[in-house]
Design a protein around this ligand. Structure first.
Ligand code: UDX
Length: 435
Protein backbone atom coordinates (compact mmCIF):
# COMPACT_ATOMS: atom_id res chain seq x y z
CA UNK A 1 0.00 0.00 0.00
CA UNK A 2 1.16 3.55 -0.72
CA UNK A 3 1.73 5.05 2.67
CA UNK A 4 0.13 8.52 2.78
CA UNK A 5 2.15 11.40 4.13
CA UNK A 6 1.35 11.75 7.81
CA UNK A 7 -0.06 15.04 9.07
CA UNK A 8 -1.05 16.53 12.40
CA UNK A 9 -4.80 16.45 11.77
CA UNK A 10 -6.54 14.09 14.15
CA UNK A 11 -10.25 13.42 13.68
CA UNK A 12 -12.50 11.70 16.19
CA UNK A 13 -15.35 9.85 14.43
CA UNK A 14 -18.25 9.02 16.72
CA UNK A 15 -21.20 7.07 15.23
CA UNK A 16 -24.54 6.38 16.88
CA UNK A 17 -24.03 2.72 17.85
CA UNK A 18 -26.18 0.81 15.36
CA UNK A 19 -25.24 -1.09 12.19
CA UNK A 20 -26.50 1.40 9.59
CA UNK A 21 -24.58 4.28 11.16
CA UNK A 22 -21.36 2.40 11.90
CA UNK A 23 -21.19 1.06 8.31
CA UNK A 24 -20.90 4.37 6.50
CA UNK A 25 -18.95 6.23 9.21
CA UNK A 26 -16.32 3.50 9.30
CA UNK A 27 -15.97 3.87 5.55
CA UNK A 28 -15.38 7.58 5.97
CA UNK A 29 -12.76 6.81 8.66
CA UNK A 30 -10.84 4.62 6.24
CA UNK A 31 -11.04 7.24 3.50
CA UNK A 32 -9.61 9.91 5.79
CA UNK A 33 -6.82 7.60 6.95
CA UNK A 34 -5.80 7.01 3.35
CA UNK A 35 -5.20 10.74 3.10
CA UNK A 36 -2.78 10.67 6.03
CA UNK A 37 -5.14 11.97 8.71
CA UNK A 38 -5.06 10.36 12.14
CA UNK A 39 -8.50 8.99 12.92
CA UNK A 40 -9.88 7.70 16.20
CA UNK A 41 -13.09 5.71 15.70
CA UNK A 42 -15.18 5.73 18.86
CA UNK A 43 -17.40 2.66 19.04
CA UNK A 44 -19.70 1.51 21.79
CA UNK A 45 -18.20 -1.45 23.69
CA UNK A 46 -21.10 -3.56 22.44
CA UNK A 47 -20.56 -2.74 18.74
CA UNK A 48 -16.80 -3.10 18.94
CA UNK A 49 -16.98 -6.57 20.45
CA UNK A 50 -19.29 -7.66 17.64
CA UNK A 51 -17.07 -6.19 14.95
CA UNK A 52 -14.15 -8.10 16.40
CA UNK A 53 -16.21 -11.30 16.40
CA UNK A 54 -17.71 -11.12 12.92
CA UNK A 55 -15.41 -9.08 10.71
CA UNK A 56 -11.79 -8.77 9.82
CA UNK A 57 -11.65 -5.30 11.33
CA UNK A 58 -8.47 -6.22 13.19
CA UNK A 59 -6.74 -6.12 9.79
CA UNK A 60 -7.38 -2.41 9.59
CA UNK A 61 -4.91 -1.94 12.46
CA UNK A 62 -2.27 -3.20 10.07
CA UNK A 63 -3.52 -1.53 6.92
CA UNK A 64 -4.07 1.85 8.51
CA UNK A 65 -1.50 2.50 11.26
CA UNK A 66 -3.13 5.92 11.77
CA UNK A 67 -6.59 4.43 12.52
CA UNK A 68 -7.26 3.90 16.24
CA UNK A 69 -10.29 2.31 17.86
CA UNK A 70 -11.54 3.43 21.25
CA UNK A 71 -14.70 2.38 23.04
CA UNK A 72 -17.34 3.93 25.23
CA UNK A 73 -20.30 2.33 27.08
CA UNK A 74 -23.77 2.72 25.56
CA UNK A 75 -25.33 2.17 28.97
CA UNK A 76 -27.39 -0.91 28.08
CA UNK A 77 -26.89 -4.53 29.15
CA UNK A 78 -25.49 -6.84 26.44
CA UNK A 79 -28.72 -8.78 26.07
CA UNK A 80 -30.78 -5.68 25.31
CA UNK A 81 -32.11 -5.96 21.71
CA UNK A 82 -31.42 -2.32 20.67
CA UNK A 83 -33.87 -2.84 17.77
CA UNK A 84 -37.52 -2.14 16.89
CA UNK A 85 -39.27 0.09 19.45
CA UNK A 86 -36.60 -0.73 22.03
CA UNK A 87 -34.13 1.54 20.25
CA UNK A 88 -35.69 4.33 22.32
CA UNK A 89 -33.82 2.88 25.33
CA UNK A 90 -30.60 3.37 23.41
CA UNK A 91 -31.38 7.03 22.78
CA UNK A 92 -32.05 7.48 26.50
CA UNK A 93 -28.96 5.67 27.71
CA UNK A 94 -26.75 7.55 25.24
CA UNK A 95 -28.03 10.72 26.86
CA UNK A 96 -27.61 9.62 30.46
CA UNK A 97 -24.52 7.39 30.29
CA UNK A 98 -22.56 7.98 27.08
CA UNK A 99 -22.80 11.75 26.90
CA UNK A 100 -21.17 12.48 30.31
CA UNK A 101 -18.58 9.77 29.68
CA UNK A 102 -17.75 11.33 26.31
CA UNK A 103 -17.21 14.69 28.00
CA UNK A 104 -14.92 13.08 30.60
CA UNK A 105 -12.89 11.30 27.93
CA UNK A 106 -12.36 14.52 25.99
CA UNK A 107 -11.38 16.50 29.09
CA UNK A 108 -8.92 13.78 30.08
CA UNK A 109 -7.46 13.94 26.54
CA UNK A 110 -8.15 10.23 26.31
CA UNK A 111 -7.71 10.27 22.53
CA UNK A 112 -4.30 11.93 22.46
CA UNK A 113 -2.45 9.11 24.21
CA UNK A 114 0.83 7.60 23.02
CA UNK A 115 2.14 9.44 19.97
CA UNK A 116 -1.27 10.52 18.67
CA UNK A 117 -1.63 14.26 17.97
CA UNK A 118 -4.30 16.27 19.83
CA UNK A 119 -7.79 16.17 18.33
CA UNK A 120 -8.35 18.82 15.68
CA UNK A 121 -11.88 17.88 14.61
CA UNK A 122 -14.85 15.79 15.71
CA UNK A 123 -17.11 14.14 13.13
CA UNK A 124 -20.10 13.06 15.17
CA UNK A 125 -23.32 11.34 14.23
CA UNK A 126 -25.86 14.09 13.66
CA UNK A 127 -28.39 12.49 16.00
CA UNK A 128 -25.97 13.11 18.87
CA UNK A 129 -26.09 16.91 18.72
CA UNK A 130 -24.68 17.17 22.27
CA UNK A 131 -21.26 16.76 20.66
CA UNK A 132 -21.47 20.30 19.22
CA UNK A 133 -21.61 21.94 22.66
CA UNK A 134 -18.97 19.66 24.12
CA UNK A 135 -16.68 20.34 21.14
CA UNK A 136 -17.25 24.07 21.46
CA UNK A 137 -16.43 24.03 25.17
CA UNK A 138 -13.13 22.33 24.43
CA UNK A 139 -12.45 24.39 21.32
CA UNK A 140 -12.64 21.47 18.89
CA UNK A 141 -14.67 22.06 15.70
CA UNK A 142 -17.51 19.56 15.21
CA UNK A 143 -18.85 18.44 11.84
CA UNK A 144 -22.06 16.43 11.94
CA UNK A 145 -22.65 13.35 9.79
CA UNK A 146 -26.29 12.46 9.09
CA UNK A 147 -26.73 8.93 7.78
CA UNK A 148 -30.09 9.76 6.22
CA UNK A 149 -31.04 11.12 2.80
CA UNK A 150 -30.87 14.86 2.13
CA UNK A 151 -34.63 14.84 1.49
CA UNK A 152 -35.29 13.31 4.87
CA UNK A 153 -32.86 15.65 6.58
CA UNK A 154 -34.74 18.54 5.03
CA UNK A 155 -38.10 17.09 6.13
CA UNK A 156 -36.83 16.76 9.72
CA UNK A 157 -35.33 20.21 9.55
CA UNK A 158 -38.74 21.64 8.72
CA UNK A 159 -40.51 19.96 11.62
CA UNK A 160 -39.16 21.82 14.65
CA UNK A 161 -42.48 21.90 16.47
CA UNK A 162 -42.97 18.13 16.31
CA UNK A 163 -39.41 17.62 17.43
CA UNK A 164 -39.73 20.05 20.32
CA UNK A 165 -42.84 18.20 21.41
CA UNK A 166 -40.75 15.01 21.54
CA UNK A 167 -42.96 13.25 19.01
CA UNK A 168 -40.09 12.07 16.85
CA UNK A 169 -37.26 9.84 18.08
CA UNK A 170 -34.80 12.28 16.59
CA UNK A 171 -33.01 15.11 18.33
CA UNK A 172 -33.32 18.62 17.04
CA UNK A 173 -32.07 18.68 13.58
CA UNK A 174 -32.09 22.49 13.73
CA UNK A 175 -29.03 22.32 15.99
CA UNK A 176 -27.06 21.23 12.95
CA UNK A 177 -26.85 24.92 12.06
CA UNK A 178 -24.42 25.51 14.91
CA UNK A 179 -22.01 22.77 13.79
CA UNK A 180 -19.00 23.55 11.61
CA UNK A 181 -20.46 21.59 8.76
CA UNK A 182 -22.69 18.73 7.69
CA UNK A 183 -21.75 15.52 5.91
CA UNK A 184 -24.42 13.59 4.00
CA UNK A 185 -24.05 10.17 2.44
CA UNK A 186 -25.75 11.13 -0.82
CA UNK A 187 -24.81 12.72 -4.13
CA UNK A 188 -25.80 15.94 -5.79
CA UNK A 189 -27.34 14.40 -8.90
CA UNK A 190 -29.68 12.26 -6.78
CA UNK A 191 -31.14 14.85 -4.42
CA UNK A 192 -30.55 18.23 -6.06
CA UNK A 193 -33.75 20.00 -4.92
CA UNK A 194 -33.43 19.02 -1.23
CA UNK A 195 -29.73 19.87 -1.24
CA UNK A 196 -30.45 23.30 -2.69
CA UNK A 197 -32.71 24.00 0.30
CA UNK A 198 -30.20 22.67 2.83
CA UNK A 199 -27.38 24.75 1.34
CA UNK A 200 -29.42 27.88 2.09
CA UNK A 201 -29.37 26.97 5.79
CA UNK A 202 -26.09 25.16 6.40
CA UNK A 203 -22.93 26.94 5.33
CA UNK A 204 -20.62 23.97 4.86
CA UNK A 205 -22.28 20.96 3.30
CA UNK A 206 -20.37 17.94 2.05
CA UNK A 207 -22.27 15.32 0.04
CA UNK A 208 -19.82 12.47 -0.34
CA UNK A 209 -21.90 9.40 -1.13
CA UNK A 210 -22.41 6.67 -1.93
CA UNK A 211 -19.65 6.12 0.61
CA UNK A 212 -19.45 2.36 0.17
CA UNK A 213 -18.30 2.85 -3.43
CA UNK A 214 -16.25 5.97 -2.82
CA UNK A 215 -14.08 3.81 -0.58
CA UNK A 216 -13.91 0.92 -3.04
CA UNK A 217 -13.07 3.27 -5.91
CA UNK A 218 -10.22 4.95 -4.07
CA UNK A 219 -8.85 1.90 -2.30
CA UNK A 220 -9.05 -0.55 -5.19
CA UNK A 221 -6.13 1.07 -6.94
CA UNK A 222 -3.53 0.21 -4.33
CA UNK A 223 -4.54 -2.26 -1.64
CA UNK A 224 -6.61 -5.38 -1.39
CA UNK A 225 -10.19 -4.83 -0.28
CA UNK A 226 -9.83 -7.01 2.80
CA UNK A 227 -10.82 -4.56 5.48
CA UNK A 228 -13.21 -2.41 3.48
CA UNK A 229 -15.60 -5.19 2.65
CA UNK A 230 -17.54 -5.73 5.85
CA UNK A 231 -18.52 -4.08 9.07
CA UNK A 232 -21.26 -6.59 9.84
CA UNK A 233 -22.48 -7.09 13.38
CA UNK A 234 -23.68 -10.60 12.48
CA UNK A 235 -21.81 -13.37 10.73
CA UNK A 236 -22.31 -13.18 6.97
CA UNK A 237 -23.68 -16.41 5.54
CA UNK A 238 -21.87 -16.73 2.22
CA UNK A 239 -23.74 -19.89 1.21
CA UNK A 240 -26.38 -17.60 -0.29
CA UNK A 241 -23.90 -16.58 -3.01
CA UNK A 242 -23.53 -20.24 -4.00
CA UNK A 243 -27.34 -20.50 -4.10
CA UNK A 244 -27.57 -17.31 -6.20
CA UNK A 245 -25.03 -18.74 -8.66
CA UNK A 246 -27.59 -21.42 -9.50
CA UNK A 247 -30.48 -19.02 -10.21
CA UNK A 248 -31.41 -17.55 -13.60
CA UNK A 249 -30.37 -13.99 -14.59
CA UNK A 250 -32.35 -11.27 -12.76
CA UNK A 251 -34.89 -13.77 -11.42
CA UNK A 252 -34.45 -13.48 -7.64
CA UNK A 253 -36.14 -11.11 -5.22
CA UNK A 254 -33.74 -10.29 -2.38
CA UNK A 255 -35.50 -9.49 0.89
CA UNK A 256 -33.91 -7.73 3.83
CA UNK A 257 -35.27 -5.36 6.44
CA UNK A 258 -31.90 -4.11 7.70
CA UNK A 259 -30.57 -4.35 11.21
CA UNK A 260 -33.34 -2.88 13.34
CA UNK A 261 -36.75 -3.83 11.95
CA UNK A 262 -38.81 -6.29 13.99
CA UNK A 263 -41.74 -8.07 12.31
CA UNK A 264 -44.81 -9.50 13.96
CA UNK A 265 -45.53 -13.17 13.30
CA UNK A 266 -48.51 -12.15 11.13
CA UNK A 267 -46.37 -9.87 8.99
CA UNK A 268 -43.78 -12.61 8.57
CA UNK A 269 -46.50 -14.99 7.38
CA UNK A 270 -47.98 -12.47 4.92
CA UNK A 271 -44.54 -11.98 3.37
CA UNK A 272 -43.87 -15.70 3.16
CA UNK A 273 -47.25 -16.37 1.48
CA UNK A 274 -46.62 -13.50 -0.93
CA UNK A 275 -43.15 -14.75 -1.92
CA UNK A 276 -44.16 -18.38 -2.34
CA UNK A 277 -47.29 -17.45 -4.31
CA UNK A 278 -45.34 -15.15 -6.63
CA UNK A 279 -43.54 -18.21 -7.99
CA UNK A 280 -40.24 -16.29 -8.05
CA UNK A 281 -37.07 -17.41 -6.29
CA UNK A 282 -36.41 -15.43 -3.10
CA UNK A 283 -33.40 -14.88 -0.86
CA UNK A 284 -34.57 -13.66 2.54
CA UNK A 285 -32.49 -12.33 5.43
CA UNK A 286 -34.24 -13.22 8.68
CA UNK A 287 -32.02 -11.81 11.42
CA UNK A 288 -32.02 -13.59 14.80
CA UNK A 289 -34.87 -12.19 16.95
CA UNK A 290 -36.24 -10.14 14.04
CA UNK A 291 -39.66 -11.77 14.30
CA UNK A 292 -41.29 -10.78 17.58
CA UNK A 293 -43.03 -14.10 18.28
CA UNK A 294 -42.13 -17.74 17.64
CA UNK A 295 -43.31 -19.04 14.28
CA UNK A 296 -43.43 -22.20 12.22
CA UNK A 297 -43.59 -22.36 8.45
CA UNK A 298 -47.09 -23.70 7.71
CA UNK A 299 -47.44 -27.09 6.04
CA UNK A 300 -48.82 -25.65 2.78
CA UNK A 301 -45.78 -23.37 2.34
CA UNK A 302 -43.06 -25.90 3.13
CA UNK A 303 -42.67 -27.20 -0.41
CA UNK A 304 -42.73 -23.73 -2.06
CA UNK A 305 -40.25 -22.37 0.48
CA UNK A 306 -37.92 -25.32 -0.02
CA UNK A 307 -38.11 -25.13 -3.82
CA UNK A 308 -37.82 -21.39 -4.33
CA UNK A 309 -36.62 -19.86 -1.11
CA UNK A 310 -33.28 -19.46 0.62
CA UNK A 311 -33.25 -17.98 4.13
CA UNK A 312 -30.14 -16.74 5.91
CA UNK A 313 -29.60 -14.86 9.17
CA UNK A 314 -27.29 -12.25 7.61
CA UNK A 315 -25.98 -11.82 4.07
CA UNK A 316 -23.02 -10.08 2.43
CA UNK A 317 -25.53 -7.53 1.13
CA UNK A 318 -23.36 -5.44 -1.17
CA UNK A 319 -22.21 -8.60 -2.92
CA UNK A 320 -25.74 -9.98 -3.10
CA UNK A 321 -27.06 -6.81 -4.73
CA UNK A 322 -24.24 -6.94 -7.30
CA UNK A 323 -25.06 -10.54 -8.23
CA UNK A 324 -26.47 -11.05 -11.75
CA UNK A 325 -29.28 -13.30 -10.44
CA UNK A 326 -30.84 -10.46 -8.43
CA UNK A 327 -33.88 -8.93 -10.14
CA UNK A 328 -35.28 -6.85 -7.29
CA UNK A 329 -34.89 -5.88 -3.64
CA UNK A 330 -37.72 -5.86 -1.11
CA UNK A 331 -36.35 -3.48 1.50
CA UNK A 332 -37.34 -1.53 4.59
CA UNK A 333 -35.82 1.51 2.82
CA UNK A 334 -32.94 2.11 5.20
CA UNK A 335 -30.73 4.70 3.57
CA UNK A 336 -27.67 2.45 3.21
CA UNK A 337 -29.74 -0.27 1.58
CA UNK A 338 -31.37 2.27 -0.74
CA UNK A 339 -28.00 3.65 -1.87
CA UNK A 340 -26.52 0.17 -2.29
CA UNK A 341 -29.48 -0.85 -4.45
CA UNK A 342 -29.33 2.33 -6.53
CA UNK A 343 -25.64 1.81 -7.14
CA UNK A 344 -26.22 -1.70 -8.48
CA UNK A 345 -29.26 -0.69 -10.53
CA UNK A 346 -31.59 -3.02 -8.61
CA UNK A 347 -35.24 -1.88 -8.54
CA UNK A 348 -36.95 -1.92 -5.14
CA UNK A 349 -40.18 -2.75 -3.38
CA UNK A 350 -40.26 -0.56 -0.30
CA UNK A 351 -41.81 -1.52 3.00
CA UNK A 352 -40.69 1.34 5.25
CA UNK A 353 -40.62 0.64 8.96
CA UNK A 354 -39.65 3.84 10.79
CA UNK A 355 -37.40 6.91 11.12
CA UNK A 356 -36.28 8.16 7.70
CA UNK A 357 -37.62 5.18 5.78
CA UNK A 358 -41.03 6.55 4.79
CA UNK A 359 -39.35 9.47 3.04
CA UNK A 360 -36.91 7.16 1.26
CA UNK A 361 -39.65 4.84 0.04
CA UNK A 362 -41.57 7.75 -1.40
CA UNK A 363 -38.47 8.94 -3.24
CA UNK A 364 -38.03 5.47 -4.74
CA UNK A 365 -41.67 5.10 -5.81
CA UNK A 366 -42.73 8.62 -6.75
CA UNK A 367 -39.64 10.69 -7.49
CA UNK A 368 -37.00 8.41 -8.97
CA UNK A 369 -39.53 5.80 -10.15
CA UNK A 370 -37.15 2.92 -9.53
CA UNK A 371 -39.58 0.76 -7.64
CA UNK A 372 -42.85 0.36 -5.82
CA UNK A 373 -43.86 1.75 -2.45
CA UNK A 374 -45.87 -0.72 -0.37
CA UNK A 375 -46.20 1.87 2.40
CA UNK A 376 -47.56 0.36 5.62
CA UNK A 377 -49.69 -2.36 4.01
CA UNK A 378 -48.66 -5.94 4.60
CA UNK A 379 -50.92 -8.15 2.57
CA UNK A 380 -49.97 -11.39 0.83
CA UNK A 381 -51.82 -10.54 -2.41
CA UNK A 382 -50.21 -7.11 -2.69
CA UNK A 383 -46.78 -8.64 -1.96
CA UNK A 384 -47.29 -11.35 -4.58
CA UNK A 385 -48.40 -8.82 -7.22
CA UNK A 386 -45.63 -6.37 -6.48
CA UNK A 387 -42.97 -9.08 -6.73
CA UNK A 388 -44.39 -10.18 -10.09
CA UNK A 389 -44.56 -6.57 -11.30
CA UNK A 390 -40.99 -5.81 -10.29
CA UNK A 391 -39.37 -8.99 -11.56
CA UNK A 392 -41.54 -9.61 -14.61
CA UNK A 393 -44.38 -7.39 -15.82
CA UNK A 394 -42.87 -3.95 -15.33
CA UNK A 395 -39.22 -4.93 -15.20
CA UNK A 396 -38.16 -2.97 -18.32
CA UNK A 397 -39.72 0.24 -17.06
CA UNK A 398 -37.90 0.01 -13.71
CA UNK A 399 -34.66 -1.19 -15.26
CA UNK A 400 -34.54 1.90 -17.47
CA UNK A 401 -34.83 4.39 -14.61
CA UNK A 402 -32.57 2.29 -12.33
CA UNK A 403 -29.85 2.28 -15.01
CA UNK A 404 -29.94 6.05 -15.20
CA UNK A 405 -29.52 6.39 -11.42
CA UNK A 406 -26.63 3.92 -11.43
CA UNK A 407 -24.88 5.93 -14.11
CA UNK A 408 -25.22 9.10 -12.06
CA UNK A 409 -24.03 7.36 -8.88
CA UNK A 410 -20.96 5.97 -10.61
CA UNK A 411 -20.15 9.35 -12.12
CA UNK A 412 -20.39 11.08 -8.75
CA UNK A 413 -17.66 8.94 -7.16
CA UNK A 414 -15.35 8.81 -10.15
CA UNK A 415 -12.47 11.27 -10.49
CA UNK A 416 -13.79 14.85 -10.75
CA UNK A 417 -17.34 13.66 -9.96
CA UNK A 418 -19.38 15.67 -7.44
CA UNK A 419 -18.91 13.37 -4.42
CA UNK A 420 -15.28 12.75 -5.28
CA UNK A 421 -14.55 16.50 -5.30
CA UNK A 422 -16.63 17.11 -2.16
CA UNK A 423 -14.64 14.50 -0.25
CA UNK A 424 -11.43 16.21 -1.34
CA UNK A 425 -12.88 19.52 -0.10
CA UNK A 426 -13.79 17.96 3.26
CA UNK A 427 -10.28 16.57 3.67
CA UNK A 428 -8.75 19.92 2.76
CA UNK A 429 -10.98 21.77 5.24
CA UNK A 430 -10.16 19.30 8.03
CA UNK A 431 -6.45 19.68 7.37
CA UNK A 432 -6.80 23.43 7.85
CA UNK A 433 -8.29 22.94 11.32
CA UNK A 434 -5.72 23.27 14.06
CA UNK A 435 -6.07 22.89 17.78
C1 UDX B 1 -30.55 2.47 10.21
C2 UDX B 1 -31.87 3.07 9.85
O1 UDX B 1 -32.92 2.20 10.09
C3 UDX B 1 -31.84 3.62 8.50
O2 UDX B 1 -33.12 4.01 8.07
C4 UDX B 1 -30.89 4.75 8.49
O3 UDX B 1 -30.94 5.41 7.26
C5 UDX B 1 -29.51 4.23 8.82
O4 UDX B 1 -29.54 3.48 10.02
P1 UDX B 1 -30.78 -0.05 9.14
O5 UDX B 1 -32.20 -0.07 9.54
O6 UDX B 1 -29.97 -1.14 9.61
O7 UDX B 1 -30.07 1.34 9.49
O8 UDX B 1 -30.81 -0.02 7.52
P2 UDX B 1 -29.75 0.39 6.43
O9 UDX B 1 -29.47 1.85 6.46
O10 UDX B 1 -30.25 -0.13 5.16
O11 UDX B 1 -28.41 -0.35 6.85
C6 UDX B 1 -28.28 -1.72 6.90
C7 UDX B 1 -26.87 -2.10 6.49
O12 UDX B 1 -26.67 -3.45 6.84
C8 UDX B 1 -26.61 -1.95 5.00
O13 UDX B 1 -25.35 -1.35 4.79
C9 UDX B 1 -26.59 -3.38 4.50
O14 UDX B 1 -25.69 -3.62 3.43
C10 UDX B 1 -26.16 -4.16 5.72
N1 UDX B 1 -26.72 -5.51 5.69
C11 UDX B 1 -28.05 -5.71 5.86
C12 UDX B 1 -25.86 -6.56 5.49
O15 UDX B 1 -24.65 -6.38 5.31
N2 UDX B 1 -26.39 -7.83 5.48
C13 UDX B 1 -27.70 -8.08 5.67
O16 UDX B 1 -28.08 -9.25 5.66
C14 UDX B 1 -28.58 -6.99 5.87
Amino acid sequence: MDQPTSCLSHVLIFPFPVQGHVNCMLKLAQLLCREGLHVTFLNSDFIHRRLLSYTNIHLSYKQYPNLYFETIPDGLPDDHPRTGDRVVDLFNSIDTVTKPRFMEMLIARRFSILDRPPLTCIIADGIMCFTIDIGRELNIPTILFRTISASCFWAFFCLPRLIEAGELPITATQLTKSAHGLILNTFEELEGPALAQITNNISKLYTIGPLHVQLKARVATNIKLTCTSSSSLWEEDRSCIVWLDQQPFKSVIYVSFGSMTVLTRDQFMEFLHGFVNSGKPFLWVVRPKSVAEDYQIPEELLEGTRQRGYIVEWAPQEEVLAHPAIGGFLTHSGWNSTLESIYEGVPMICWPFYADQQVNSRLVGEVWKIGLDMKDTCDRVIIENMVKDLIETRKDEFAKSARLMTKLARKSVSENGSSYCNLDRLIKDIKLMRN
